[in-house]
Structure formats: C-alpha cells, structure tokens
Design a protein around this ligand. Structure first.
Ligand SMILES: [Zn+2]
Length: 281
C-alpha cells in the first residue's frame, strides 16, 4: 500500500479544514487506493456542483438493496450542512482513510455512506468572521447555501436542490442510522462533545425505548471510557440548568426530525465551538 494520505487538517496541525475541492480530491484518491471505497457523483445542488456520496463496504459491493438482504446496518453521515461547522468534514475524511488503511476495522455487518460536503454553496463561500468566537479552523464556509437557505430547516419544504437530492440519497440508502454533524453556537461548559438524539417517542414504542434505554446510554458510556465525556446538547437558554434541559424539539424540517419520519435513528453531534478545533475534530 502506498504511503497513507494526510488530510489538510492533519498537515496544518489541526488549524485548517479542507476546502470543498480538497475534500473531493481526497476521497477520489482514497477510492483509487482502496477497493472497499466508492465515490459516486449524485444529483444537483444549488451551487451547480453535484453532491457526492462515498460508499464503504468490506465486501466491495455497493448496492444498498443487497446490503438490506445481508442485514447490514446502514449508517449515513451527513457533513457540512452548516459549513462553518466543519468538524465532521475533516473527521469523516480521517475515518474513511483509517478504514481504508485498516487502522480501524469496519464491522462486516456495517455499510457506511458519507456525504462529504452537503452545503456546497456555503462551503465555497469561505470566510474568517461568520463564526468569530469559534476556536478554529482559520477559515471555513458560511451557514447559508447558494440561495442563502439554511439547509437544516429545508428537509421537508425542499426549496433547495440540495434537499431534493438528499431525499433521493436518503431513500436510496434507507439508512438505519443518520449522523448529521454540527458545532454548537456558543454556550460554554466543560464538555467538548454534545449530542442531540431523535426524540425517542417519535421512533415508536419499541425502537424509541431501545434508543433511550440501550443505544444512547451505550454511546455516553463508550465516550466516557475514551475520556471524552459527552453531555446532552445544552439547550437551556436563560433558565436555571439545575431544573434540567428540555429536549430539542426536532420537527421534520431538521435532519433528526426528518429521519424519524422513516424510523431512522438520527444523532446530531454538536461539538462545542469554544474548544480548540484539534480537540473537536
Ligand atoms: Zn449546525
């Protein structure tokens, strides 16, 4: 195997995030090196560049309907819906690379889909100041897309071509789990990682209870064991947090609410914007 590819994030010592074009080029090179990775070019976006979808499966088959028959768990990771929050873009590149290099083992019963950058128009609109309090990276994309739409409010109305293309990808993969990566908007606390989970009751009695009582606690436990203690998304506004946090109301215009319409479990990791970019990624 040729020498492992390094991401822009790694080469800059955690100070920079890859541009849209660097991200796509990285995955294309990765797919040339590794037969378990496929890069698909799919459908339109408002920015006139197509959405890409990365597929990863140990058996080198890239057909979601066959994955279903093999009872694989299908996980879709969506990155850069808010390109000023690019942690997941860089983290996914390293994850895919480490799977290709066999530093991380993808279980045989898991197939992975990655949308490398969802809001391409926002990613192309790079700046240094739209998230000025965030501790890195040095430059990053803008929240609005090419039509200045917030794509994490567009999952049902579909005013953007991005959302219509996402709908097709979502139903093509029919994922068991969707992960939509974000960075928080300013509350300060000890944890680097926060998590929003689909509201359990929307997933139905059996699945909802399992997510609440088994799946989600296992994630918190696993993070703690890795010394990355995680907390639920901090959404307290001006109330006294000692009374608890209300759960985020995720109507279907949000990724988590949209996924729940189709019994897909969705997680929104929200890293804390005031922590160093190196740690958040
Ligand atoms: Zn966000």
């Amino acid at each position: 195997m040729t020498q492992s590819q390094k991401t822009v994030f790694e080469k800059s010592g955690g100070k920079e995030t890859a541009t849209y074009f660097q991200v796509i080029e990285f995955y294309k090179q990765l797919a040339q090196r590794s037969p378990i990775i496929k890069v698909e070019t799919r459908l339109e976006t408002d920015a006139s560049y197509p959405l890409h979808l990365i597929l990863i499966s140990n058996n080198k088959k890239f057909d979601p309907s066959a994955w279903k028959k093999e009872k694989k768990v299908i996980i879709l990771i969506n990155n850069g819906i808010h390109p000023g929050e690019p942690d997941g873009i860089d983290a996914s590149m390293m994850l895919a690379r480490d799977i290709a290099d066999k530093k991380i083992t993808l279980p045989d019963n898991v197939a992975l889909g990655i949308i490398p950058v969802y809001n391409i128009g926002g990613a192309l609109n790079r700046n240094h100041f739209s998230r000025v309090n965030q501790d890195g990276p040095e430059s990053y994309g803008f929240r609005g897309n090419a039509q200045n739409l917030d794509l994490n409010r567009d999952f049902t109305k579909c005013d953007s071509k991005n959302a219509r293309s996402f709908t097709e990808i979502f139903h093509f993969l029919d994922p068991d789990i969707l992960v939509d990566t974000h960075v928080s908007d300013g509350a300060d606390y000890q944890h680097t990682m926060t998590l929003i989970t689909s509201q359990y009751n929307k997933l139905g009695e059996e699945l909802g209870s399992w997510v609440k009582d088994v799946f989600e606690p296992a994630l918190f436990k696993g993070m703690k064991e890795k010394n990355w203690d995680m907390v639920h998304y901090v959404n307290v506004e001006d109330k006294d947090p000692s009374h608890g946090f209300s759960m985020f109301y995720d109507s279907p215009r949000y990724s988590t609410g949209y996924a729940a319409l189709f019994n897909t479990i969705c997680f929104m990791p929200e890293t804390q914007m005031l922590k160093p970019y190196m740690e958040s990624v």
